[in-house]
Design a protein around this ligand. Sequence first.
Ligand code: SAH
Length: 269
Amino acid sequence: MPSEKTPKSHGRLSISASLQPRDLMGERPRVKGSWTAKIVTLFPQAFPGVLEQSLTGRALDQGKWALETIDLRPFGIGKHRNVDDTPAGGGAGMVLRADVVHRALRQAAMGTPASRKDWPVVYLSPRGKPFDQATAKRWSQAEGITMLCGRFEGVDQRVLDYHRVEEVSLGDFVLTGGEIAAQAMIDATVRLLPGVLGNEESTEDESHANGLLEHPQYTRPAEWEGRPIPEVLLSGNHAKIDEWRREQAENLTKERRPDMWDAYKGTAD
Ligand code: SAH
């Protein structure tokens, strides 16, 4: 019996129930079992955006991951499909309505596992836990993810509580909407999926993977504007090169990110 663990056979399309026609991204193949990002947004046309380029784009074309947008607008109220209303208690701006967002999240939940470990449900939010490499790793090990992109002043709290939504922030600044944050986080997650990057090793010693920032990189020409490539890199002595790179990585981390350096020393001791 083929199980979930069966190696992916490309070309098998997956089908799942839906309340409304799916806004599948173009004519891309939907490979059964491939990691899927479902994005609830008022701006589905913003996707795949930059994710369509380069390695993430190629992997998307190959069905190594899938993207599905769920337009929030059709779930809106009345003739004008209103999705927002004024904040209870007063104040500036508008808030996305709980009932509207609920219907979109319910649609997104169709065909996904109920366990938040297997399928995180995320609200992009400046109040959330800061996104980091460990979060990307954890999400890449799930079957997929649902992301809710906010707009205006945000989303009614009740729908976030009801759907056990994890709030995650791209950083300590305020964007006008969650779409850019969603794309950044999907990029970081998708590149960790098997087969997305050409060289699997390249995710192992890059910045943040091992608690250090990466060493500086050089390429041809061997001398540029009077600046040579550090000699050790041209020596062919791999033990020495590794030592030099580690030293550089440690010095950079110490200098630029004392917080990371303290954590790194803590785990090394
Ligand atoms: N009034 C809110 C900010 C709303 S910004 C507050 O002060 O917390 C509008 C939307 O942009 C948010 O709903 C969220 O989805 C998105 N957003 C803004 N900044 C973000 C960040 N740093 N990380 C992730 N999403 C963000």
